[in-house]
Design a protein around this ligand. Sequence first.
Ligand code: HEC
Ligand code: HEC
Length: 293
Amino acid sequence: MRRRYIFLALLLVFALAGITYFVSPLGGPSRNLNLTGDVVRGEYVIRVGGCVACHTDIAGGGAHLAGGLPLKTPFGDFVPPNITSDKQAGIGGWSVAEFSDAMTIGVGPGGKHLYPSFPYDSYTKMSDQDIVDLYAALMATEPVPQRAAEHSVGFPFNIRLAMQGWKRLFFTPERYEPDADRSGRWNRGAYLANGPAHCGACHTPRNLFGAALKDQHFKGTPSGTRPFFPAIDSATLKDRGYDEATLVDALTGGFDPDFDTLGGAMGEVINESLVHWTKEDLSALAAYLLDQD
Ligand code: HEC
Ligand code: HEC
C-alpha cells in the first residue's frame, strides 16, 4: 500500500518535472574555482563534512574514502562510492569544476544527476574556498583501484533523470550568505551547521520525497518515529538545559544534560567529525545553535 502511494507520488513528480523543466533553469550562483587549494585545510573540511562516516566502510576496516556501507532508505539502498584519487574507480579523473558541480548542484560528469542521499542540499552552501580545498585534499588521497558496489534501488527510483524533477521541485543551489547583523562567530557556526556539517540531513524533518521541510528547520522528528532524530532548535536545546559549554561537551563525546552520551547515528557524527573540529569552530557551532532565530 505504502509502496503504491510512493509510486503514485513519484509519477506526480515526473509530471511536474515535465511542466517545470523548461521554465526553471538549475544553475545556482557562479563559482570562482581559480583559487589555490590547500590540502591540509581540505583534510579538515573532509572531517567537518563528515565524508568519512559515509564514504568509508569503517566497521569492515575498508580503505579511507574507498566506498561505504549501503544507506538504507525507503527508496532503496544507496552505496556511497569510492571518492579516492583513483582515476577509474574513484574521482581522480574529475576536474575541479566537475567536483564543484557534484557538491553544489548534485550533477556528476556527463550530466549524471546524483541522488540526494548524498547531502548536496547542504553542501551547496559551502564556500568556493572550501570546495577547492576539499578537491585538493581528495586528489591527494591514496588511490584505491576498487569500485564500490552498485546501488540497489528498484524502478522508478533507478532512473536518474527523475532526480532532475526532484531537484527542480525541492532543491535550490545557494552559497551561504553571511548575515551582516550577526557576529563573525555566529556566521561561522551557521555556515558549519547548515553547509559542510549538514546537521539538517538528520535533524530537519523530510517530506514523502525525502526533501527537507524548510519551515521545520532542525525541528527533529516526532517522538516515536523510527529512526528518531531529536529537535535541535534553540528553544528545545535551552529547555533541555544546554548552555554553550555543556553543548560543546555533549557534541564531543561528553555527557548531555541527562548524563548520557549521545549514541547511534550521532555517535558516528561525533567520532568521525566533531571530535576533529577546532575549539573555535565547536564554540561557534554551539553559539549559533543556541541563538538561531
Ligand atoms: C550521508 C552520507 C554521505 C555523506 C556524509 C557524504 N556523501 Fe558523498 N555520496 C553519498 C552517496 C550515497 C553518493 C552516491 C550518490 C549517487 O550515486 O547519486 C555520494 C556521491 C558522492 C560523489 C559523486 C561520486 C561519483 O562517483 O558519482 C562525490 C564526489 C561525493 N559523494 C563526495 C563527498 C564529499 C567530499 C563528502 C564530504 C564533504 C561527502 N561526499 C559526504 C553519500 C554521502
Ligand atoms: C546521521 C544523522 C545525524 C547527523 C548528521 C547529526 N545528528 Fe545530531 N543526533 C542524531 C541522533 C540519532 C541523535 C540522538 C542521539 C541519542 O539520543 O543518543 C542526535 C542528537 C543530537 C543532539 C542531542 C539533543 C538532545 O536533546 O540532547 C544534539 C545537540 C545534536 N544531535 C546536534 C547535532 C549537530 C550540531 C549536528 C551537525 C554537526 C548533528 N547533530 C548531526 C543524528 C544526527
